[in-house]
Design a protein around this ligand. Structure first.
Ligand code: SF4
Length: 374
């Protein structure tokens, strides 16, 4: 295995096109992309379902290296990550394309983009890392669309960030094959993985994917990496919000990943091809939280709603609130710089190094080409 992966742009031609290493030739002349379990089989000139990986000659290339759909500074709680550098600002960006086809996609303008011209900002990994440092961000997030499809750009950016002491965060559906997964996550410090439901039928019918592959990624991240892991499930009325399914999902998490992996149940709003479902009522999120807590999960949060109880972290030692949140704003914080309860000293699982940030709920768009950022 290489010590240091690098995916330099091809020297001739478009700088956003880079070679990839996850494919093999088939006997019938097609080339199969092995980046994700969709295994697209491509003839010359064809793109995969994700649209950004394509066959060019005798290889599969990534066509969106260094191109972004825009940059924003977000609160890290918005990713959501509640146990990773709390209160800190995170430079967030995505590219275009996605390897799932979720009918409820909440970022479809980017993930479903077929128009590379919608990718506004160009940014090398080094420029991105320097911008994050200059803007006071403690980490960079690959988000808005899934880093699985722009893995080569994400890996190079994560390494450039580490050179400057900036952490790298992946927000992902976890639908990725074993080799690219290993190559990506050795450079990632924290991940929020969408566990979209707990039935194969939902994954097949609503997302065009497979649950089992996502569960394998969750187990891999937990057991074989140092990546700090949190999980998000968007609850859609009538689709994945039954007591039975939430019970099965949270039981699996506690049994396979342990009680300390934070779970976020978040509210759906009608979007993309799922306009016929109502928004998730807050009572559904509270119910899901109760079920997961009863199954032994220690840190269960609600999201996309105002819910003081669902935004509170209780100490596993003494039961006192150690962090309380009003939306994305921390308004009670009783942890030491290394994440210990101020009352009883019990360590909260997660990544804590220093006092909490004070970024608050702001969402600040950033133009990387601006002189103040470069
Ligand atoms: S990464 Fe894209 S091209 Fe490759 S298998 Fe998945 S959807 Fe197909």
């Amino acid at each position: 295995m290489d010590d240091h992966l690098s995916f330099a742009p091809l020297q001739d031609g478009d700088l956003s096109v880079v070679p990839t290493r996850y494919w093999h030739a088939l006997d019938d002349g097609r080339i199969q992309c092995d980046a994700c379990p969709r295994f697209c089989r491509l003839r010359e000139g064809q793109r995969g379902l994700c649209f950004v990986r394509a066959r060019q000659g005798d290889q599969v290339v990534l066509t969106s290296y260094g191109r972004s759909s825009g940059f924003c500074i977000d609160p890290i709680e918005k990713k959501p990550l509640n146990h990773f550098l709390p209160g800190s600002p995170i430079l967030s960006f995505g590219t275009a394309g996605c390897n799932l086809a979720c009918r409820f996609c909440q970022n479809w303008d980017m993930s479903k983009s077929r128009e590379m011209d919608t990718l506004m900002d160009r940014a090398s990994p080094e420029l991105l890392a320097r911008a994050a440092a200059r803007l006071g961000c403690r980490s960079v997030a690959f988000t808005y669309n899934d880093p699985t499809v722009f893995l080569e750009y994400a890996v190079d950016t994560a390494q450039a960030c580490h050179e400057l002491g900036i952490r790298a965060v992946a927000v992902t559906a976890g639908y990725i094959c074993a080799e690219p997964r290993r190559d990506l996550y050795r450079y990632i410090d924290a991940a929020n993985v969408d566990l979209k439901a707990f039935t194969e039928a939902f994954y097949r019918k609503v997302c065009g994917g497979e649950l089992q592959a996502v569960l394998e990624t969750l187990e891999y991240l937990h057991a074989e990496t140092q990546v700090w892991l949190e999980i998000t499930t968007l609850l859609i009325p009538g689709e994945n919000d039954s007591d039975r399914e939430i019970d099965a999902l949270s039981s699996w998490v506690v049994e396979h990943l342990g009680p300390d992996v934070p779970l976020h149940f978040t509210a759906f709003h009608p979007d993309w091809k799922m306009l016929d479902h109502p928004p998730t009522p807050p009572s559904t999120l509270a119910r899901a939280r109760r079920i997961a807590l009863a199954n032994g999960a220690r840190y269960v949060y609600t999201g996309n709603v105002r819910d003081r109880e669902g935004g509170t972290t209780l100490c596993a030692g003494c039961g006192e609130p150690v962090v309380m949140r009003d939306g994305y704003v921390l308004d009670r914080y009783n942890l030491s710089d290394d994440g210990r309860c101020g009352d009883c000293g019990t360590r909260l699982p997660g990544v804590f190094d220093g006092p909490p940030g004070s970024w608050g709920a702001r969402r600040q768009p950033v133009l990387l080409g601006h002189p103040a950022v470069r």
